[in-house]
Design a protein. Structure first.
Lengths: 51, 473
């Protein structure tokens, strides 16, 4: 289990679901350039700037 | 009653303006239809009969006094029940929200009310706009208008079902990973995910802030454009709202597609994740129709569908968990099992993965904008599968994410789902028309030409007498 802090109740009531959720977590592939600036909501609303 | 039920927004609006149709008569006809058939389809969580009759009477009175507000004056509509209406519960189709009362109208509701439209009811959805068709909630899941045993798509499932069934001519839904376009496709109608920031989300319960969009669901493209024109525009109450003025999406609606250039993202459904044969054959016919109308259609390559999906899913799960963390910790038993499973996934996404997804988002989006820059619009499938049985959780789980809609939530580009035909068994098929950001006008122009040429929007569900499946507890 990667991390269950705060999810003790869910783990107690629904152990299979919590474990399945943890097992579903898959890391994304590495970025070509890890210094790439992430997109933020404020960028999204200005998406026309990228045209 | 049937003819009134299937009047388009444009047709009804024209008749109302000419005082040949009474808004009160129209609302009464729709309320009677809802009363007669909705028990078989579960599209509504709340029918606002008294309120809608009052609003319709007010509209009629205003119009009689010469105060006509515009094309939505006296037009009935429904709202996905995660959109706030002052004084009413916003249930999000969840036990957790049964006692909620909204204190103010969502901006989109305020704009429709100011346009004189008549709110008929709040529509069912997948719990909190995620999860799926669930039978362990206070309200049953909506059913597909073309076959009650199938799911109607989601998460704006009631919006899709109500519009396709002629219970309302228009509804609003929300779309975080395809939740307007999926029901539009499954129900054989038209649904828009606008450009990110074009329509306010203020007063709309969030699923994932940076992917959420509010969009109209209608039976015709023209109606969809009329709704979009009414709800779009800057709203300072929404931090993601664009300040750019909204373009006139109706101006070029009739211009046709002669001479336009479209990119076809066929690797999504041919190579990346092969689509169901009827869906693929239908988009091939649609491409030929557009070519016959004078458009040029050429394949275009963007990032693989799986990459878009994993980036979108990571963002959605992380942002949704932030919204639901406290309730998942304190009262996880109050969610439907399906919803809980989906939301819990966000607990296991490290912050670095979320940031990495936002970094990937920039790369994918920049590449997409460059690859499609030469085209007026882009085409691809909507669903890779047909809707499965509503009470088959394994098939729901297998097919639900087999779709080509998430890329445009990640990119923020406008995407419209339109019908492309029906299977031999009468199940609707669909595709997406995708535009450049803030160019909903082009999307509507292409879709209108296509739908006018095919006439698919005129087909009505059979209200078949097949027995509904039993709830699977």
């Amino acid at each position: 289990m990667v991390r269950v802090q705060g999810l003790e109740r869910a783990l107690d009531l629904f152990p299979d679901q919590v474990r399945a959720a943890a097992e579903k977590a898959r890391p994304l592939p590495p970025l070509p350039d890890p210094t790439t600036e992430p997109v933020l909501v404020v960028d999204m609303r200005s998406r026309e700037m990228e045209r | 009653m049937s003819e009134l039920a299937f009047l388009s927004v444009a047709e009804a609006g024209k008749l109302i303006r000419q005082k040949q149709l009474s808004p009160a008569e129209l609302v009464d006809a729709l309320l009677a239809r809802i009363d007669r058939i909705d028990a078989d389809y579960n599209a509504f969580i709340a029918v606002l009969a008294d309120r809608s009759r009052k609003e319709a009477a007010e509209a009629e009175s205003e119009i009689a006094r010469g105060r006509y507000r515009g094309p939505l004056h006296g037009i009935p509509y429904g709202l996905k029940d995660l959109i706030d209406v002052a004084g009413l519960p916003t249930t999000c189709h969840s036990k957790l929200r049964r006692d909620h009362r909204a204190t103010a109208d969502a901006t989109v509701q305020k704009r429709l009310r100011e346009a004189g439209a008549v709110l008929v009811g709040k529509l069912s959805l997948h719990e909190f706009a995620t999860g799926g068709p669930a039978f362990d909630l206070p309200w049953p899941p909506a059913r597909n208008p073309w076959d009650r045993n199938l799911h109607p798509g989601g998460s704006s499932s009631g919006s899709g079902a109500a519009v396709a069934l002629g219970m309302v001519p228009a509804a609003l839904g929300t779309d975080t990973g395809g939740s307007v376009r999926n029901p539009a496709t499954c129900c054989g109608i038209v649904g828009l995910k606008p450009t990110y920031g074009a329509v306010s989300r203020s007063g709309v319960f969030p699923l994932a802030f940076s992917l959420d969009h509010v969009g109209p669901i209608t039976r015709t493209v023209e109606d969809n454009a009329v709704l979009f024109a009414a709800i779009a525009g800057h709203d300072p109450a929404d931090p993601g709202s664009a300040e750019r003025p909204t373009s006139d999406v109706l101006r070029d609606l009739e211009k046709g597609v002669q001479g336009l250039r479209f990119g076809l993202i066929e690797h999504f459904y041919r190579d990346d994740s092969p689509g169901q044969s009827d869906q693929v054959a239908a988009i091939e016919r649609a491409v030929e129709t557009l070519r016959a109308l004078g458009a040029e259609v050429r394949p275009v390559q963007v990032a693989p569908l799986a990459r878009w999906g994993e980036v979108g899913r990571t963002i959605l799960q992380a942002e949704a968990y932030a919204v639901h963390q406290r309730d998942l910790q304190e009262r996880p038993e109050d969610y439907a099992a399906l919803t809980r499973s989906k939301l819990l996934a966000g607990a296991f996404i490290p912050a670095s993965e979320y940031v990495k997804a936002l970094q990937w988002r920039r790369l994918l989006t920049t590449e997409f904008m460059q690859a499609t820059a030469e085209f007026d619009a882009v085409l691809t499938l909507s669903s890779l599968e047909l809707p499965c049985k509503v009470d088959d959780p394994e098939e729901v789980a297998r097919t639900y994410e087999r779709q080509c809609r998430m890329p445009f939530n990640v990119a923020g580009a406008p995407a419209l789902a339109v019908p492309t035909g029906f299977t031999d068994a009468g199940v609707p098929l669909g595709m997406q028309i995708v535009g450049k950001p803030f160019d909903e006008g082009m999307v509507y122009r292409v879709a209108h030409a296509f739908c006018q040429a095919t006439g698919l929007a005129n087909r009505r569900p059979p209200l078949a007498a097949q027995p509904a499946v039993q709830a699977a507890e």
